[in-house]
Design a protein around this ligand. Structure first.
Ligand code: NBG
Length: 826
């Protein structure tokens, strides 16, 4: 893949891909861009010089891509997402450009190692979890599949908080990822739009004598574009991630200056810039409500204005807009787009309601990512009225037409009308953003087969009754480049050797590994690679936590956001049970295990933070107890993010996907683990269902209630205390916890957790406990048969190709976006 060759006279320093060209560019950039001499340059300086070297090579592709899309008037998908977790860029871009080896060599020439420079990069943590990472995987696939796409979002100055652990408790530290600058982005001062906030609306007659509405905002703010290139893998296409940063408008400083209120003007300027300052951690219903609404509105409005600008510059009329653009709403965070496009068409472009509505509904498609009621966004009507008065008017008008339509079709069902309304009037009035998204979109999709079915059956049931044809499923996928090639190069080299190359761009080709899964002669190498990744993780863990773990033990890993529904505490109950079993019976024949956890808890989510403390507390006792020395270890890897994830997935033997059935929309970590040869222990939840079908039931450790059983148990009155009373193993585990064995005798510390489990147990840990324990015993036996485990591991990798984000993006392109590839030539 590498384009090697000596530097010729004709090879320009800014685009050449040979070792010589890269080496020269690196030194040039170090001097002319970073402003340092080799003698004094730090690794960070070299990282930046290298990043600029790579960006130069991307720019060439990026500008060519823009030009071609424009000339060919290509249809473009705009992905609107409040969150992106792209991970570090350097390695990814080298891989896409096919210059990993040459760059490694060029870096060696200056006496450094490429891997060390890759480590220098700060991660853009512009998201909370799966949803933001999914958006990044889709951008990667869109570019690789040569589809014209723009990812629109917000340039938070502070991303998701960094997690420190202090005495077992999570402590949040602000994440200043931009401190050393961001060499990948280009600020585009000429691509900026104003948005209004607050104020009031006025009616007036236009020159045709029609009544029109004008919004007179109380203040205005500017969003300025910051662009990052997203190169496709092995192709010349390079798409765009365009993030908006809030700035003060000049016009708005003026009045204050003239009035001599310099300080007031500065204060307002600072306040404007606060808007894109920080990403809000999710699961925190009440914090920063207003600011969140404004954040969403800022990026949505700027993005739509940008699309309209691009469209109109192409010389076509607005009526052709839905032919040129399709807009995917990534969850409800950008759902205000429906009202904003209406506003732009009606108030700015003088369109009539019917045509504007028709155009809007042909533009948007909506993806739902959760069934959790607390995650379905609602905004109070008062807040809306204060902040976006014109949008509220539009939403109320949309609602009126919509409910009229409902009443026509279901004349005697006022309850249905009430349930469907865009406004929740059961108490204080709220705008239901998911309803706005449904009404304004031509497509509504869930992110795994079970999730989509449950959506249609529960949360969006009435919409499904109304418009079944709008519903469709798109089971999530992951980028094989980032979670294969980049994270686990040795495994990938083996895959290419055994199964043949090409799987990175066509993951279905991993199937070619299947016939080799029975060749025992490959097993030692397969295991050696896994062991090497486990050793590397063990070093990292020792470095981060001081805990020494045995790479030969089974690495049993659960990494994801900490949430009760994900049931990290069920995992802990198993650890406690196993611990006490070994204490009772020191001869117990069980494979040594290292339990690894990682993940952040929302700062306001007390129970999740207590679960982090619980993991540490159990770890402290277990790790110190000589009776289980060499048999059990518990570690918590702090600050789980994309960078850390890339170390963890390759090192896993067992992947914990143990949410209560019906709760996890899809999960994508499950796919990342399997691609790296881990076996899954999991419930029939989210995409686990489909993963199990693909890899085969015999290569997947299944336990737990099904979602239908969960519903039935809840209907018939689930009583967790019965499980506790009837199961001695469970009782013992919970009693140990309650009695303070893991809290230095403090019986109060974990009381809230224990009480909740015994009295309420919303996520039915106690109901699933025995099934989980039994399943873990099966895992144990399977792991001790190394050859059979290796074969299962290989089969998991061979059959996981369907969960490539390339497959998903192709489905989106075919079934929702109607998007064709556009080849970019050098
Ligand atoms: C998350 C779900 C995951 C899913 C990702 C990506 C939100 C709101 N939802 O199960 O919890 O894998 O979205 O679809 O973050």
């Amino acid at each position: 893949m590498d384009e090697t060759g000596p530097l010729t006279e004709h090879e320009p320093t800014r685009t050449g891909l040979s070792v010589d060209a890269l080496h020269r560019a690196l030194l040039d950039n170090l001097f002319y861009v970073v402003g340092r001499f080799p003698a004094v340059a730090t690794r960070q300086d070299y990282y930046r010089a290298l990043a600029f070297t790579v960006r130069d090579r991307l720019l060439h592709r990026w500008l060519r891509t823009v030009q071609t899309y424009k000339e060919e008037r290509s249809r473009t998908v705009c992905y609107l997402s409040a969150e992106y977790l792209p991970g570090p860029q350097l390695g990814h871009n080298l891989l896409a450009l096919g210059i990993f080896d040459n760059t490694r060599e060029a870096v060696r020439r200056v006496g450094l190692e490429l891997d060390d420079l890759i480590e220098e990069e700060a991660e853009p943590g512009l998201g909370n979890g799966g949803l933001g990472r999914l958006a990044a995987c889709y951008l990667d696939s869109l570019a690789t599949l040569q589809r014209p796409a723009i990812g629109y979002g917000l340039r938070y100055e502070f991303g998701i908080f960094r997690q420190r652990i202090d005495n077992g408790w999570q402590v949040e530290v602000s994440d200043s990822w931009l401190r050393d600058g961001n060499p990948w982005e280009l600020r585009r001062p000429h691509i900026a739009f104003e948005i209004g906030l607050g104020g009031h609306t006025e009616r007036y007659l236009d020159h045709h004598g029609h009544t029109r509405v004008r919004w007179v905002p109380g203040e205005t703010i500017r969003g300025v574009a910051h662009d990052t290139a997203i190169p496709g893998y092995g192709v010349f296409n390079s798409n765009l991630l365009r993030l908006w940063a809030a700035e003060a408008t000049e016009s708005f400083d003026f009045g204050s200056f003239n009035a001599g209120d310099y300080q007031g003007a500065v204060r307002r300027k600072i306040r404007s810039e606060t808007i894109s300052r920080v990403l809000y951690p999710n699961d925190e219903p009440e914090t920063g409500k207003r600011l969140r609404l404004i954040q969403g509105y800022l990026f949505v409005s700027c993005s739509l204005q940008d699309m309209l600008r691009i469209h109109l510059a192409g010389g076509e009329g607005l009526d052709r807009f839905p032919q040129r653009f399709v807009v995917q709403l990534n969850d409800t965070h950008p759902a205000i787009a429906v009202a904003e496009l209406m506003r732009l068409l009606l108030d700015k472009h003088g369109m009539e309601w019917e045509s504007a509505w028709d155009l809007t509904r042909r533009t948007f498609a909506y993806t739902n990512h959760t069934l959790l009621p607390e995650a379905l966004e609602k905004w109070s009507l008062t807040l809306f009225e204060e902040t976006l008065p014109r949008h509220l008017e539009i939403i109320l008008e949309i609602n009126q037409y919509f409910l009229d339509e409902v009443r026509m079709r279901f004349p005697h069902d006022e309850a249905l009308t009430t349930r469907l309304s865009l406004i929740d009037e059961t108490g204080p009035r709220y705008v239901r953003m998911a309803h706005l998204a449904c009404v304004g979109s031509f497509s509504i999709n869930g992110v795994a087969r079970l999730h989509t079915a449950l959506l249609a059956d529960t949360v969006l049931r009435d919409f499904h009754t109304l418009w079944p044809e709008r519903f469709n499923n798109k089971t999530n996928g992951i980028s094989p480049r980032r979670f294969g090639n980049l994270s686990n190069p040795d495994l990938c080299a083996l895959l290419s050797r055994v199964a043949g190359p090409g799987w990175a761009a066509d993951a279905e080709r991993l199937r070619l590994l299947e016939p080799h899964a029975h060749r025992r002669e490959i097993y030692p190498e397969w295991r050696r690679i896994k062991l090497e990744r486990k050793r590397a993780l063990a070093r990292y863990v020792a470095d981060q936590t001081g805990i020494v773990v045995d790479p030969e033990s089974m690495f049993d890993i659960q990494v994801k956001r900490i949430h009760e529904y994900k049931r990290q505490h069920l995992n802990v109950l198993h650890i406690i049970a196993l611990y006490s079993r070994i204490k009772m019976d020191p001869t117990l024949d069980a494979a040594p295990r290292t339990f690894v956890f990682g993940g952040k808890a929302a700062p306001g989510y007390k129970m999740a933070k207590l679960i982090i403390k619980l993991i540490h507390s159990v770890g402290e006792v277990v790790n110190r107890d000589p009776a289980v020395r060499d048999r059990l270890r518990v570690v918590f890897v702090p600050d789980f993010n994309v960078k850390v994830a890339q170390r963890i997935y390759p090192a896993a033997d067992l992947s914990e996907q143990i949410s209560l059935a019906g709760m996890e929309a899809s999960g994508t970590g499950n796919m990342k683990f399997a691609l790296n040869g881990a076996l899954t222990i999991g419930t029939l939840d989210g995409a686990n269902v489909e993963i199990r079908e693909e890899v085969g039931a015999e290569n997947f450790f299944l336990f737990g209630l099904t979602s239908a059983e969960v519903q039935a148990r809840k209907r018939s009155g689930y009583c967790p205390y019965d499980c506790y009373r009837e199961n001695p193993v469970l009782r013992e585990a919970i009693d140990l916890l309650a009695d303070g064995l893991f809290s230095h005798g403090d019986r109060a510390l974990f009381r809230p957790l224990v009480d909740h489990l015994l009295q309420q147990d919303d996520y039915m840990l106690l109901a699933d406990f025995q099934s989980y324990i039994d399943c873990q015993d099966r895992v144990d036996r399977a792991f001790r048969d190394a050859d059979s485990w290796t074969r299962m591991s290989m089969l998991n990798v061979a059959r996981i190709g369907r969960f490539s984000s390339d497959r998903v993006v192709q489905e989106y392109c075919r079934e929702i976006w109607r998007l064709e590839p556009v080849t970019i030539r050098p």
